[in-house]
Design a protein around this ligand. Structure first.
Ligand code: AGP
Length: 610
């Protein structure tokens, strides 16, 4: 996903823009650029393919680019290959207007054809260039007026940063479906794709809504709604520090975030457990609604979808109500059977995943109550859900999610327990024991994280495999999905997660001598079944890495080639512990393979395109 930073103030803009873009690197990109207004030379454009270092080297860390107003961008290509011409900022043909953009202009071809028919020349394959050339087409001396006209003409998703050489003391920003944050500094102001880029300079921010346009000067920010009416934006104070968004001595953000999980669980769960009951922040969900609930549908993407897969087992076990899990990208095209008696739970770390956002809007259109489980405060999904439960995991920088996954899982579990309190489907003593076990999870996880050498060793044995299977039953199957994705996305090894009982219906044909199978068998009621599946693959020559609870270690050791164990806990909490070795295995395998762990190829931290 692209990154945007803008600055207006008294200091030199370029070094600040570069610093902000550096903190957005985790979003994934393939080129970067700056546009800064130089009082002597006008708008100066500097762009570079590849990593931000190339741009920093080109501009001597920004010091060779004078000017106190500017915009910066890291590009994750959607239209047009990574190249100088396609990288942002894009300049109008007069050289007086520059634009950076995150999102997709869906009707760009139609507009491009029209502008070409009007004699406008284009220099890139991007959809974004249409915005800057259209701005110039409408520009009659007032860039804000031209911007409003453009916003009424373009369709699709956008976060825009605009700077015009004729009004060099201001930036213009606009958003629809792609996040854009306004930062309020001392004698300076900012725009950025997310708070991480600003937090070093200011913790006072506001979040732009769809259809809004902001005029940013060093003395203030004026926001307008889509009717051009000035509006007052609510300001909020970011509750974490820049150090949370830095590596803190770890080699990778991913490892740091794996290690942060015990504390993240404490932050997400403990404030919501009081006197043996779950107490959630104010929800609009009434007890009557919960009692008449006909269906719960969990909708998400990627690892957040995998949280839903685990959640199905947990919620159905607790509530005895049907719980479906849907891929967000499929949900809205599948004519979902949703109505006013349905609850749609959308799960998203970033709160900006377009597939999930679109599914949320479809669910609301169909009349469902919606609840978001989201990490990024003020994000679009958080704001558009009827209710939101924040996961309070702090900024997650690594593209491969770990701590956010764990916090989503525990929050979803707490929501389930909260529902049992309304439905009366769980005896008090059982609920109190489950909550007590939740409070023990962080220390058990710390115990696991204190010794990762065994997993590091297994990774050193298996990092050269070209295909790795994860098999399991029930909760273990759902966990296998996450273990497989973690491995794929950072080590680039092909992997598949399979319901262990399903393997014999076809896929077992792929098991040949030496195939690595990670067999999850933590869910005790099905342990014996899981063992028989291990024997099944072993008989075809597979190498089996077994994952089970400490109490089953010796039995697993009789059938598997190697065994990883997790501490005993409540059956419904097993995934919260078993995910840790799966994360570590993926991490160490990727480390052995020399992969770019925090910024895997082709991936972005939040996918704000369909
Ligand atoms: C997980 O490691 C991936 N980065 C990806 O699958 C991610 O979970 C997915 O894109 C959903 O993102 P979200 O939680 O921000 O909506």
């Amino acid at each position: 996903m692209c990154g945007i930073v803008g600055f207006v103030g008294a200091e030199q803009a370029a070094p600040i823009l570069l610093d902000g873009l550096t903190r957005l690197e985790y979003r994934g990109y393939d080129s970067a650029g700056l546009a800064v207004y130089d009082p002597e030379r006008g708008l100066q454009l500097t762009k570079a393919k590849g990593r931000l270092k190339a741009l920093a080297d080109l501009t001597n860390g920004g010091n060779s680019v004078p000017g106190t107003v500017g915009i910066g961008h890291t590009r994750w290509a959607t239209h047009g290959e990574p190249s100088y011409a396609n990288s942002h900022p894009h300049l109008s043909n007069s050289g007086r207007i520059a634009v950076v953009h995150n999102g997709i202009i869906e009707n760009y071809l139609e507009i491009k054809e029209y502008l070409i028919s009007q004699g406008v020349t284009f220099h890139s394959e991007t959809d974004t260039e249409v915005v800057v050339q259209l701005l110039e087409y409408y520009y009659k001396g007032d860039i804000v007026d031209a911007a409003f006209k453009v916003l009424h003409r373009i369709e699709g998703s956008y976060a825009l940063g605009i700077v015009c050489a004729d009004q060099p003391d201001q930036l213009v920003a606009a958003r629809k479906d792609s996040p854009l944050v306004l930062g309020y500094g001392e004698g300076c102001n900012f725009i950025a794709s997310d708070v991480t880029a600003l937090i070093k300079y200011t913790k006072t921010v506001s979040y732009m809504e769809d259809g809004e346009l902001a005029v940013v000067t060093r003395d203030g920010i004026q926001v307008y709604n889509n009717l051009r009416q000035p509006i007052e934006k609510e300001k909020s104070i970011v509750d974490w520090d820049i150090s949370d968004a830095e590596k803190g001595g770890y080699e990778h953000f991913m490892f740091k975030e794996i290690m942060e999980q015990p504390e993240v669980l404490r932050k997400a769960a403990f404030p919501r457990i009081k006197n043996g009951r779950v107490e959630l922040e104010a929800l609009s969900l009434t007890d009557d609604f919960i009692r008449q609930l006909s269906r719960i549908c969990i909708v998400a993407c990627g690892s957040s979808y995998h949280v839903g897969m685990v959640g199905k087992y947990i919620l159905e076990g607790l509530l005895r109500k049907p719980v479906d899990v849907a891929l967000a990208s499929e949900f809205r095209y599948a004519s979902p059977i949703i109505d006013e008696n349905s609850l749609v739970i959308v799960i998203s770390q970033s709160g900006e995943t377009l597939d999930t956002m679109a599914a949320l809007r479809e669910a609301k259109r169909l009349g469902a109550k919606t609840l978001g489980i989201v990490n990024v405060v003020g994000s679009t999904i958080a704001k558009e859900s009827d209710d939101v439960l924040y996961t309070w995991a702090g900024p997650e920088i690594a593209v491969a999610t770990t701590k956010a996954y764990s916090s989503q899982l525990i929050v979803l579990g707490l929501l389930g327990v909260y529902f049992t309190q309304v439905l009366g489907t769980m005896p008090d003593d059982e609920r109190e024991e489950l909550l007590r076990q939740i409070q023990l999870l962080p220390s058990k996880m710390e115990e696991m994280l204190s010794y990762t050498e065994d997993i590091q060793y297994f990774a050193s044995q298996f990092f050269n495999h070209e295909s790795i299977f994860f098999i399991g039953r029930n909760l273990d199957y759902a966990m296998g999905l996450e273990g497989s994705l973690k491995l794929k996305e950072i080590s680039y090894i092909h992997s598949e997660a399979y319901a262990a009982g399903e393997l014999k219906h076809g896929t077992i044909s792929l098991i040949v001598p030496g195939t690595l199978v990670v067999a999850l068998a933590t869910y005790d009621p099905l342990f014996d079944k899981a063992v028989s599946n291990i024997v099944e693959v072993k008989s075809r020559g597979a190498t089996v890495l077994g994952l089970t609870t400490e109490g089953r270690e010796s039995q697993m050791g009789k059938v598997a080639d190697a065994v990883i164990t997790i501490p005993e806990t409540h059956p419904l909490l097993l995934p919260s512990l078993s995910v840790v070795p799966l994360q570590l295995f993926a991490y160490y395998v990727a480390l052995q393979r020399g992969c770019d762990i925090d910024k895997p190829r082709n991936l972005a931290k939040s996918v704000t395109v369909e």
